[in-house]
Design a protein around this ligand. Sequence first.
Ligand SMILES: *[C@@H]1O[C@H](CO)[C@@H](O)[C@H](O)[C@H]1NC(C)=O
Ligand SMILES: *[C@@H]1O[C@H](CO)[C@@H](O)[C@H](O)[C@H]1NC(C)=O
Ligand SMILES: *[C@@H]1O[C@H](CO)[C@@H](O)[C@H](O)[C@H]1NC(C)=O
Ligand SMILES: *[C@@H]1O[C@H](CO)[C@@H](O)[C@H](O)[C@H]1NC(C)=O
Ligand SMILES: *[C@@H]1O[C@H](CO)[C@@H](O)[C@H](O)[C@H]1NC(C)=O
Ligand SMILES: *[C@@H]1O[C@H](CO)[C@@H](O)[C@H](O)[C@H]1NC(C)=O
Ligand SMILES: *[C@@H]1O[C@H](CO)[C@@H](O)[C@H](O)[C@H]1NC(C)=O
Ligand SMILES: *[C@@H]1O[C@H](CO)[C@@H](O)[C@H](O)[C@H]1NC(C)=O
Ligand SMILES: *[C@@H]1O[C@H](CO)[C@@H](O)[C@H](O)[C@H]1NC(C)=O
Ligand SMILES: *[C@@H]1O[C@H](CO)[C@@H](O)[C@H](O)[C@H]1NC(C)=O
Ligand SMILES: *[C@@H]1O[C@H](CO)[C@@H](O)[C@H](O)[C@H]1NC(C)=O
Ligand SMILES: *[C@@H]1O[C@H](CO)[C@@H](O)[C@H](O)[C@H]1NC(C)=O
Length: 814
Amino acid sequence: MGFNRFSLPAVAVIMMINAMLLSQGCLEEERIALLQIKTSFGDDPNDISSPLFSWGKNALCCSWEGVTCSNSTTRRVVEIHLFFARDWYSSMGDWYLNASIFLPFQELKVLDLGGNGIAGCVANEGFERLSRLNKLEALYLLNNNFNNSILSSMKGLSSLKYLNLDFNRLQGSIDTKEFDSLRNLKELLLAENEIQDFITLTGSEGPSRLNKLETLDLSSNYLYDSTLSFFKGLSSLKYLYLDHNWLHGSIDTKGLCELNRLQKLDISYNNITGSLPSCFSNLTNLQALDISFNHFTGNISLSLIGSLTSIRDLKLSDNHFQIPISLGPFFNLSNLKNLNGDRNELYESTELVHNLIPRFQLQGLSLACTGSSWTFPKFLYYQHDLQFVDLSHIKMTGEFPRWLLQNNTKLEELYLVNNSLSGSFHLANHSLVSWLSHLDISRNRIHNEIPTEIGAYFPRLVFLNLSRNDFSGSIPSSISNMSLLEVLDLSNNGLSGNIPEQLVEGCLSLGVLVLSNNYLKGQFFWKKFNLTYLTELILKGNQLTGILPNSLSNGSRLETLDVSLNNLSGKIPRWMFSLLYLNLSENNLFGSLPSNFCSSGMMTRSLIGALDGCSWLNKLDLSHNSLTGEIPFELGYLNNIHVLNLSHNSLTGPIPPAFSNLKKIESLDISYNNLNGKIPYQLVDLNSLFTFSVAYNNLSGKIPEMVAQFVTFSESSYEGNPLLCGPPLTNNCSGEILPSPLSRYGFIDMQAFYVTFSVAYIINLLTISAVLYINPHWRRAWFYFIRESINNCYYFLVDNLHVPARFRRFQPCV
Ligand SMILES: *[C@@H]1O[C@H](CO)[C@@H](O)[C@H](O)[C@H]1NC(C)=O
Ligand SMILES: *[C@@H]1O[C@H](CO)[C@@H](O)[C@H](O)[C@H]1NC(C)=O
Ligand SMILES: *[C@@H]1O[C@H](CO)[C@@H](O)[C@H](O)[C@H]1NC(C)=O
Ligand SMILES: *[C@@H]1O[C@H](CO)[C@@H](O)[C@H](O)[C@H]1NC(C)=O
Ligand SMILES: *[C@@H]1O[C@H](CO)[C@@H](O)[C@H](O)[C@H]1NC(C)=O
Ligand SMILES: *[C@@H]1O[C@H](CO)[C@@H](O)[C@H](O)[C@H]1NC(C)=O
Ligand SMILES: *[C@@H]1O[C@H](CO)[C@@H](O)[C@H](O)[C@H]1NC(C)=O
Ligand SMILES: *[C@@H]1O[C@H](CO)[C@@H](O)[C@H](O)[C@H]1NC(C)=O
Ligand SMILES: *[C@@H]1O[C@H](CO)[C@@H](O)[C@H](O)[C@H]1NC(C)=O
Ligand SMILES: *[C@@H]1O[C@H](CO)[C@@H](O)[C@H](O)[C@H]1NC(C)=O
Ligand SMILES: *[C@@H]1O[C@H](CO)[C@@H](O)[C@H](O)[C@H]1NC(C)=O
Ligand SMILES: *[C@@H]1O[C@H](CO)[C@@H](O)[C@H](O)[C@H]1NC(C)=O
């Protein structure tokens, strides 16, 4: 033949390119139509984040994002996905679609128009136009603004199998005749609308036309007064969602109980009362039933539950059922895998279970109810597949059930909170390693030591809570072998000794560490602490010593620090402003409060915070220490602070008028100090203030007017200041002059200030310009100095000149 050994590869390449082009190309007619769609969706050609950005960039329209073509040689467009395809701003308002733009896609199967703010179609161009597209199976219209009229425009879409109208504006009663022509529908999703009922007018065939419907989602609507009779005739229904619907009273179950193909029924989060309808026992195909968060009552008995033989997942939580802790009525439900009976009433009953073995092997069991003393129920001894167990608050007695861990090697989460477990915390021997990721046995009476080998036995723990037991001895250093540990709470026990150094260094993923109210002592290893992940550190109520470090490690995420009631000494560190919650009360801290927090030691997070108003600090408690010096006015810019307690120190000087900026403050306690001067009258602006005390200082002059929140503060807020006068105190302010509006500018002489400032400014400017012009090193140093000075100056000015709020946002902390 004519091919030589060179042309053969060339032909192959050409054929490959052809195949590639073919595989990505589509009909010219469809390509043009796609470009029209792009135009009508108002696509911004420069917005690379737009889903339609790739459209039209090349001719290979089958490769455009959201477009799928058939695999046949004809390469017709079969799916168009335009989910949130309009730009965000324009999709805010209502938009009207021309459905005819999809007519060229004769083979179209899936059309996704979700999230585009579509309120309807332009006149005469509604979805009924698409009745010619007889391959159209799926229409996704979720997250738009369609009202009820969308349903009548679906007429003729008889090929449709999937219709999604979640999150639209359907409301009130819906006439079932609207669905008459959608006779092939398998899935109808109408969640998150305001539908109240379905009605069937005479002459209509009613819902029985939807005899292929398998899934109906009506969750989060307003079916509160509905009779639920419209389900009659939905003979294929398998999945029905009626949760979050304000259903109340005892439900009319006529419609429901006839749905004997039903596999999943969700009626959770309603207000249904009465007992579970006995006709539910007809639902023998039911695999998942969720009736949690209602007001169901009654005894969970064999006759009620025993015939649900297919049931796999059963959620009964948050009702008023009586459930026998033996789980006798469930014994024959051999398919049951997950049972949640939280917050119902458990009762003791051994009836039915004498010598019987349960036929279920559970994977998830949750029976967190309130209750009286029980021993672990017998059925538990037969389980070996458990992955999740929550038996909290039911006052279970006995020792920690280590057999449960041995029997169920896949157990991942075990919660036995608030029971009456006692004895020692024995673990199995080393040959067994547990899969457990969450263990909470807090609020029990377990005593003796925490097993030294705990780290080896639970190497995968993420969450460990042993708080509120009677553990004694020291903290085992093997905890540091739990390399995935994120939360460790050993608080409220009798633990003593040092905090193991390995714990601080080793657990790199640790995010929350709570060791409060124990007898821990010794130096606290601040320097070794890696704060890369730690957000919460609670060491309150121990006997720790040491000095708070000057700086936190780079990239610290620490938000909450409570080391109150210890023996720490040293000064209050500047980084306190970078936290959310700080409690250093009842230690031996001394020195003055940090000020000028903008100029140094700030971390990225607090910088961001600073730009939007300073500081995140929400609660600050420095009470019962030996702090001296003045209260820095910077504290007046903690505009997120809710609680500020500086009481029982030796602070001097005035109360900064800037405290009137603490708009969110609810509790301000500066009692038991040596403060003097007046109480700034501007404090009456603090509208959230609930608790206020300046008692036992040397304050003088008139108490702020009894207006706004200050009406509620009594004499006790001010007592122990002999020179204070005015109501609510009994001594009158004779000769006291009320502050005039001018004195709002504070105590500095403004004229003198301006003159001095201007002269100094001009001299500085001339000298410095000359020097900087000559020496580049000094130039850098100068700009550094300027930045520092601006910080210092700024707060002085803000404090004294009442800089308007809009300027305050531009703080020179950067
Ligand atoms: C085309 O074929 C691929 C690979 O066999 C398959 O994954 C894809 O779903 C098919 N597409 C259509 C629209 O049938
Ligand atoms: C709707 O789109 C079709 C096809 O692009 C066009 O022929 C028709 O004029 C449009 N209708 C309106 C009202 O814009
Ligand atoms: C429903 O939407 C259509 C537009 O598609 C509009 O003409 C009609 O007035 C709306 N109906 C109600 C009750 O808002
Ligand atoms: C349930 O009933 C209570 C009391 O009547 C009512 O306050 C609550 O809003 C109702 N909740 C729902 C989801 O219907
Ligand atoms: C339960 O099913 C039986 C037999 O299938 C039927 O006769 C009865 O009417 C059903 N009960 C209800 C309440 O639907
Ligand atoms: C629940 O029903 C069982 C069996 O019918 C009965 O023995 C038990 O006393 C009942 N319990 C309660 C609390 O009503
Ligand atoms: C469970 O089923 C067995 C036989 O299938 C039956 O003998 C027994 O009574 C049933 N027990 C319960 C509690 O339903
Ligand atoms: C502990 O359990 C008891 C009894 O079950 C309950 O009354 C109490 O509220 C529970 N305590 C906590 C803190 O959950
Ligand atoms: C579970 O542990 C108990 C107590 O050690 C034992 O009697 C029982 O046989 C074990 N069950 C399984 C399924 O291993
Ligand atoms: C540890 O447990 C295994 C299995 O339960 C057992 O075979 C072994 O003898 C035990 N070892 C010790 C030291 O108790
Ligand atoms: C540990 O358990 C106690 C008591 O149940 C609880 O108050 C505390 O919040 C838990 N700790 C953590 C970190 O979840
Ligand atoms: C802290 O841990 C992180 C993550 O493991 C590591 O990248 C970082 O270098 C450590 N920092 C210090 C100061 O040890």
